[in-house]
Structure formats: structure tokens, C-alpha cells
Design a protein around this ligand. Sequence first.
Ligand SMILES: Cc1ncc(COP(=O)(O)O)c(C=O)c1O
Length: 414
Amino acid sequence: MKSAPGFAYMSHIREGLPKPAPASVSPRYNFGTGHNDPNLIPVDGLARATEEALKFCGRDLAKYMMGGSALGIESLRKLVASMLYERRGISVVPDQVLITGGSAQGIDLVNQILVSRGDTVIYEQYTYSGAFSKLARAGARCVGAALDEDGVVPESLDRLLQDLKARNVTPRYLYIIPTVQNPTGTVMSLLRRQELLAVTRAHGLPVLEDDCYADVSWVGPLPPALFALDPTQVIYIGSFSKSLAPALRVGYAVAQPDLVSQLLACKNDGGTGSVDQLAVSQYLDGRLDTHLREVSRTLEAKSVAMIEAFERHFGPHAKIRRPAGGIYVWVELPKHIDTRKLVEPAKAAGITFNPGAEWACDPESAKHFMRLCFAMPSPDEIETGVAELAKIYRSHLSQTADDGRAAASHAVST
Ligand SMILES: Cc1ncc(COP(=O)(O)O)c(C=O)c1O
């Protein structure tokens, strides 16, 4: 939509902001955004839970934070504390739980308390793209730690930290998604977690553990959270976005009491939406395990549908490691492909996906990867959308001079 002529407000906008954001579009095949499956939203249950809660304490909406703790609604903080104890081995009291506007706000708060302009932060070599823009806004830069199928490689991290030290760079913290890594979908083993914490401890490096996919996984019992292994060295963030509904905007940060107070001092937003918090606590109370089992079962089936669609339509051109949970596949194409070049033709065909370069500290190193979200589309849409994407890929290949040889030498593993 065009702005009205008149005062040139945009000419007053300060330097260094992100590009103006386009209004949202709804592509036919949305493999780009981390939406959930609409059929997994317990609409009736959430409506009943919200109604019950509002009948009980609705008049408190007259007060900021419903007149309660700035940390968030107490029943929700109790639910989070007991859920983290049962599921992640984390032992905290509800006053160590700060309810946030999604885990995204948790990352912003940690940046506020740890990062100044010009600082360096260690990220996993491939990671959540939202974290890049947050760091850029903080005026800092990231350096990537090498990943393998077990997550961050402790020896590489140790070398990286030694190199930085030799250059007088003291990184402010390590941002890590050890459980159902985004985008790779791996889960770090217990031994690796212990080795990793030994390295960060030796270098005095604080850790921010982002566990927002841990509730949506389908591989055996998960190892305990890093926070459970050392609650003094780690700030932990989680979310109900992936396990319940992202539009609710309910996440949480968990830390030592002095850190929680510091995070709270920076969270000057008038409190996370109270109705959202009430809906989550009232709905999930007594239903958590059943709900998470149902969500994980459905998403696992969709992950299989997407992998099989890739096998059918991309054949040996696409390498995919089965994700241990979450809502994404991380697809590797032959090395000479730059998936950024597929974005526009895909968009024209109604398909969105994330080019790998946007999910890497070193964009060029991931240019032949792409990330696709399988949660929202139906199995039929997954099949048709991947088939359409394969046509776009093949047409791109035919325009690329040396495609045949490179593709033939590309091994497959799923
Ligand atoms: C790793 C990771 N962290 C944080 C977020 C932000 O999620 P939310 O703010 O909805 O909890 C996302 C969203 O996709 C994510 O993938």
C-alpha cells in the first residue's frame, strides 16, 4: 500500500534499522515460517479454559499484570517449574521463571543484559535466523562454532575460543539449541553436553540454552537440559509456541534469582499478555503429557511425509537427516547450488522456504542448504509443494552449466 503524500516521515527514520517489513503473505505452500499445524490447536479446550479463568479473575484485567507478580501469572510459573522438572531435569522454584512474550523476547533480554555494541557472541554454525537480526540490532557480531551430528563440537569450540583469546576478543556468551537443533534437528548426547559445559566453564563463557523444541520430539527419553547440568552457567529459555500455539506469544526464561531480577528489570513491556498466560496454564494443567504426545506424533508423521516427498521428487540430489523432533527438515543439495536463487521462482509458484545462507553464521558455507517447515501444510500440500519445488530446482539445474557431474557425485543418506 502506498503512503499518503505529505510529511516525509520516512526521511526521519534513523540509520541501521532492518529493511521495512512487507505485510504478511499467505503462500499456497508455506514451508518458510515456523507455523504450527492448525488441526493441532485445541480450539474448544482453549476457549473453555480461557472462559473459566476469566470468570474467576477477569476483573483483575483492570490492573497491569492483573495486579500480580511482574514475573508472570503464578499458576503458569508453577506449571513451567513442574514441567521442567519432569521433562528436562531442571529443578527451580516458580520465582526463577520469568514469563516472556515468546522465547524471542528471552533472547532479546539476554542480549540486553550481556551484549554491548561491537561485542562478539558465539552461535552454532547453523542456527535460528531470528537470532542474527537480534544480534545485529544489538550492534554485535557472531562467530560460528562447528556442528556435527551430535551438535557443537567441544574441541572445535575450545580452539575457536583460544583463537579469539589470542586476538583479545572475549565473546559474551554461547547461544545454543542443543535439543532438536534449529535447523539441523539433532539432539546433543549427555556426554557431549558434559564436554561442552567443561569447555565453556574453562573459558568462563556464559551459555544461553534455547530449548524451544524440546517438547516436540520423538526420540526416546531426551538427555537433561544443559541448565539441569549446571544451573549457574546457563540461562534457559523455552516456549509454548511450538508445543501449543505461536500466536499466544507465551515463553519463559529460567535462571539464577539475581539474573532473573536483572532480566525482569529490562523487560519494560507492561507484562506478558495475561489472558494468553491464563489460557496456557488453565488448558495445559493436567493435560500436558497427553497434549505433547499428540503434537509430537502428528509432527513426526509429517516429517516422514516431507522426507519421502523429497526422496520421490529430488532423488539423490537431496540429502536429509531425519530430525529428532521439531518442525523442520534441513536439506542439503549439491555443493554448487545456491538455494537463494530458487527463492524468487519458488515464490512465483506459491512456495516459500528458507535458503540455507540465512541460517548460517557464514552464509556462503550453507548456500546449498534449505530449511523447510512441515508443520502447517497438510500431507497432500507437502507432496504437491515438494513436487513443484523439484520442478523449479530442475529448471534451475538445466540453466547451470556443470549440474550433471556435481549431482551425480552427491551421495544420499536419510
Ligand atoms: C530456536 C528458536 N528460538 C526462538 C524462536 C522464537 O519463538 P517464539 O518467540 O515464538 O517462542 C524460534 C522460532 O521459530 C526458534 O526457532
